[in-house]
Design a protein around this ligand. Structure first.
Ligand code: BEZ
Ligand code: FE
Length: 295
């Protein structure tokens, strides 16, 4: 392996990695080397551009903390997160589709009873949610775990609301014997992905919007079914067609219907106009895939 040239170096490097003890690792490294070398050849990458790329990746790593994962955010905005999900979780038409988990899921969410108000009194348009979880034949799935989390009316998650010590706008709920679950909260708003780091630079350099359309996150887990990690977007949101993380699917665009003040669903009085959202989640049989990475 001496006197390698641009014509021989790729095979030389491949020969050093393809026989890794773990054959899958060998295959992945071989493909990685081939693709990276082809990328360098195709773009004619200069030394200066290579150095800028190294600097970008270095700063991406430096931006990471226990609560900020800039590499996953980079994966999100390059469409890699949704591509990996699409390959690993092919769902039949009619079954609920996945979307990104995002960085705001928390394990320490409160387990709350059916119909609970999860808004912790934060201001915003009241939102009533009525969900139904079924199998692919329409049979209700009882006792499914339903995680819900979302932003407030200014687009902030509880962790970013000043002065808020306890979890809010998030809960762990369970479906009843009829497969149903309900909660009350406030209507979420669109918000920007974290854009004060290298990923934000990339977004500005490419003229891309950093705004995610408003959404509710839901993650549904039930024994014997594939876990669904998903979101529901209001059909009138201005950002649906430029989601920076490519998470919008037409089947996840929902009717957040407006209603005048009065008695809301399941008998709850509200003296303000409110939003009502009803959705059926269809789970496919199987085992839960690997827990999606968090950004
Ligand atoms: C979110 O929806 O919470 C999210 C997803 C990916 C990147 C940033 C935020
Ligand atoms: Fe979100």
């Amino acid at each position: 392996m001496r006197d390698l040239t641009d014509g021989t170096i790729t095979e030389a490097v491949v020969s050093t990695v393809r026989d890794a003890k773990d054959p899958r690792l060998g295959a992945i490294l071989e493909a990685l080397v081939r693709h990276v070398h082809d990328f360098v050849r195709e773009t004619g990458l200069t030394e200066e551009e290579w150095a800028r790329g190294v600097d970008f990746l270095t700063r991406t790593g430096q931006q990471c903390t226990p609560t900020r994962q800039e590499f996953i955010l980079l994966s999100d905005v390059l469409g890699v997160t949704m591509l990996v999900d699409a390959l690993g979780n092919r769902r039949a038409a009619g079954s609920t589709q996945n979307s990104v988990l995002g960085p705001f899921f928390r394990d320490d969410r409160p387990a709350l009873p059916d119909g609970a108000d999860i808004s912790e009194g934060l201001p915003g348009t009241p939102l009533f949610f009525e969900g139904l979880v079924t199998d692919v034949h329409g049979k209700p799935v009882a006792d499914a775990q339903v995680d819900v989390w979302h932003s407030d009316a200014d687009g902030h998650y509880d962790v970013d609301v000043p002065g808020l010590a306890d979890p809010a706008m998030r809960a762990l709920l369970r479906t009843g014997g009829d497969g149903g679950f309900r909660f009350r909260s406030i209507r979420p708003a669109a918000y920007p992905i974290p854009d004060d780091g290298p990923v934000g630079e990339l977004m500005r350099a490419t003229g891309r919007s950093v705004m995610r359309p408003a959404h509710l996150h839901l993650r549904i887990t039930a024994p014997g079914f594939q876990r669904v990690t998903t979101m529901l977007f209001p059909s009138d949101d201005a950002y649906l067609d430029r989601d920076p993380v490519f998470g919008v699917k037409q089947s996840l665009v929902a009717d957040y219907s407006g209603h005048p003040a009065g008695t809301g669903p399941y008998g709850t009085a509200t003296d303000e106009p409110y939003t009502l959202l009803r959705h059926t989640f269809v789970l496919e049989p199987g085992r839960s895939a690997h827990d999606p990475l968090r950004s």
